[in-house]
Design a protein around this ligand. Sequence first.
Ligand code: PGA
Length: 226
Amino acid sequence: MNYLVANWKSFKSLDKSLGWLETFKGMGKTDVEVVVCPPFPYLRLMNEKVDEWRLPFSLGVQDISPFPFGAYTGAIAAEMVKDWVKYAIVGHSERRRYFHETHQEVANKVDMCLESEIIPIVCVDEPYATQQVAAIPQKSLKKCLIAYEPLDAIGTGAPDDPEHAKEVIKRIRLKSDNEVPVLYGGSVTSANISEFVNDEVSDGALVGGASMRADEWRMMIEVFRR
Ligand code: PGA
């Protein structure tokens, strides 16, 4: 299966998010697992709208607490969102960088997701990809998706060289006994997605900036039509 994951980060108002979603009304089945990760406060309403408008999208949360329910002020436990999301992005490089998340915390987040039957999308980057993957126990890793996102490709308009992405993704696949889907992320657009998502390179794309424009998103979904 291929995956197309939208990461809206801390962008978009609620109105704009619902407006984006509404443009896909009547879209019908897709040939790719489409996952939309809006800001946390919109999840519940977006989940209702996805059902009401019968959209072929799954929702994901952009981060999750490394702890269960408890005295952890401000934290969003996996149990709180499990009815609204199928996926959770964990260990995005912006979380690792600005919120100082460690490999171990990311591994704990993976555990929390799995306990609540949420599929973790674990983001890794160079040059630490191998260690970041190794921090997650094999048994858990096999229930995850991994997204390789080179730091200097994120939000820059300068994606990785597909040949280089292919090498790194191959290395990551080996670490997980070739059992885990590996996505590519970093400046993916409708114009370059097919260089990264094909049998040679990866199992899908994690898309930031370009996912926020409905027309771009529609074109990316179309790339997967058989
Ligand atoms: P970008 O972001 O597509 O805007 O480069 C990707 C990401 O941060 O997941």
